[in-house]
Design a protein around this ligand. Structure first.
Ligand code: BDP
Length: 349
């Protein structure tokens, strides 16, 4: 079953296009219409209604968009429209690094982020990015819903971001324009990575030339030959159509880095306890929806790209890959706190 609006989620209440942030004198008429709309809504909602802007890198029908739409709908319902959130899907508000900065400044109020772009800002996010750390999805979920999540939430709070819930992002694998079966095949290949030192070192340790790029530039960079490959999970590989230009997918499953649904500390500070509880509960419920949708989409995406003629190279023995990862662990899990967290995660049943 797909969790989309047409199967059970009613449309959210209309959201005025204009806010104090976007209003300009030239848009006077629209602003007046929006103000009138707010006036009408004021009859049913308390005067101090808030309008929040949300960032999502993916399309609305991607599992994360479905999760975020459930979150905003639940919050609107449970606050009687006092907190009305609008998610700008498909990176309309910019690429991820900019969005993180905007969230810290408070010009974006909530977002779903992959944790890797926080690697250089919030040290414990390096742990859940580490290659070949998790045995499977259940192991990753137990870590992020437990000890890893606690430390990451603390580190994120330190940079002005409040973590509310954790979303799944599956296993990331390599995809390339030429077949890759063993690490030696990567020699001389330029592989796109997220903007994170850990990712640069990881790719270098595999023998490739790491090329940090925003997600939105990967397709054209593959097409023009600026890069020879990238790495991601099945749904991202499929939804971005990267599979049309990088025709080989090698199931290295080298990282299972999860994602966060988060709110700007600037907003959080101004909420009362009751509102915080509403947001936390709605976020957790949205994570359950996202995770179910994720599991389905992984299968569907894999089927779609296979049907489109992609060559899937099954990596059954990952030892030659994981054996190269020692320098990455030595550098990014060296600190006592992070080493203890890695040990704790490894010891989890
Ligand atoms: C996807 C994540 C997205 C990242 C993207 C990337 O969901 O947040 O921006 O990978 O590789 O899997 O940049």
């Amino acid at each position: 079953m797909q969790f989309n609006k047409s199967e059970g989620w009613p449309d959210p209440p209309p959201f005025p296009e204009e806010t104090s942030m976007t209003r300009t004198p030239r848009r006077g008429l629209l602003a007046a219409v929006a103000a009138a709309a707010i006036g009408v809504m004021g009859a049913v909602a308390p005067a101090a209604a808030q309008e929040w802007r949300g960032w999502n890198i993916h399309a609305a029908d991607y599992p994360n968009g479905i999760g975020m739409d459930a979150f905003t709908r639940l919050v609107a319902e449970r606050t009687n429209n006092r907190i009305r959130m609008r998610t700008f899907h498909s990176a309309q508000l910019g690429q991820q690094d900019e969005a993180i900065q905007q969230m810290r400044l408070g010009t974006i109020d909530f977002a779903n982020f992959n944790l890797s772009p926080f690697n250089n800002l919030a040290p414990s996010t390096n742990v859940v990015t580490l290659p070949f750390l998790f045995r499977n999805v259940a192991h990753m979920q137990a870590a992020i819903d437990g000890p890893a999540g606690e430390q990451i939430a603390r580190d994120l709070e330190g940079i002005g971001i409040i973590a509310l819930a954790w979303y799944d992002a599956g296993a990331r694998s390599l995809y390339t324009t030429r077949p890759v079966r063993v690490p030696a095949d990567l020699r001389g290949m330029k592989i796109r990575v997220q903007t994170s030192d850990l990712w640069i070192d990881l790719m270098r340790a595999l023998g490739a030339n790491p090329t940090p790029l925003p997600f939105g530039e990967v397709f054209t960079s593959l097409q023009s030959g600026v890069i020879d490959g990238a790495e991601n999970n099945w749904p991202s590989y499929e939804s971005t159509r990267h599979f049309e230009v990088a025709r080989f997918y090698s199931t290295t499953e080298h990282s299972n880095v999860p994602e966060v649904l988060a709110v700007s500390a600037q907003r959080w500070r101004r909420l009362n306890e009751q509102e915080r509880t509403i947001l936390r509960d709605a976020a957790r419920e949205s994570a359950a929806i996202q995770r179910r949708s994720w599991a389905e989409r992984e299968t569907v995406s894999r089927q779609r790209v296979t049907a489109a003629g992609v060559t899937v190279i099954e990596i059954t023995d990952r030892t030659p890959w994981s054996a190269l990862m020692e320098p990455v662990y030595a550098k990014y899990a060296a600190d006592a706190r992070l080493a203890a967290l890695v040990a704790q995660i490894r010891a989890m049943p």
